[in-house]
Design a protein around this ligand. Structure first.
Ligand code: FES
Length: 111
């Protein structure tokens, strides 16, 4: 199958715009694999966070796909996808700045 993928990219005017790509994929592919294909074969300039755990645990691959916030590493592809950054400060394209979590207090070492 081929997926029509629209990706929100940062423009030089400071606004987001849609870039569109036609991506070969199978129904078992995940959205993160589609982004990797675009980066490797169609647009090496696209900015997004690479997946780390690739099993839905870390949440670093989260983006909005067709209007819903999802973990792209576990979200199946669909024939038409609109991929946007989460509603957080955008670094560039799909890469956002996640809030820093406060550190957990460490137990004091006993003497
Ligand atoms: S890569 Fe960790 S949740 Fe997707």
């Amino acid at each position: 199958m081929k997926a029509q993928v629209y990706v929100a990219k940062s423009g030089e005017d400071g606004k987001m715009h849609w870039a569109d790509y036609e991506v070969p994929c199978s129904s078992s592919d995940r959205v993160s694999q589609v982004l990797q294909y675009i980066y490797e074969h169609l647009d090496g300039d696209i900015a997004y966070r690479q997946c780390f755990c690739k099993r839905g645990s870390c949440g670093l691959c989260m983006m909005k796909v067709n209007g819903r916030s999802v973990k792209t590493c576990i979200t199946p592809v669909s024939p038409v996808m609109y991929i946007e950054p989460l509603p957080l400060p955008v670094v560039r394209d799909l890469a956002v700045s996640f809030p820093v979590r406060p550190e957990k207090p460490q137990p004091e070492a006993s003497a």
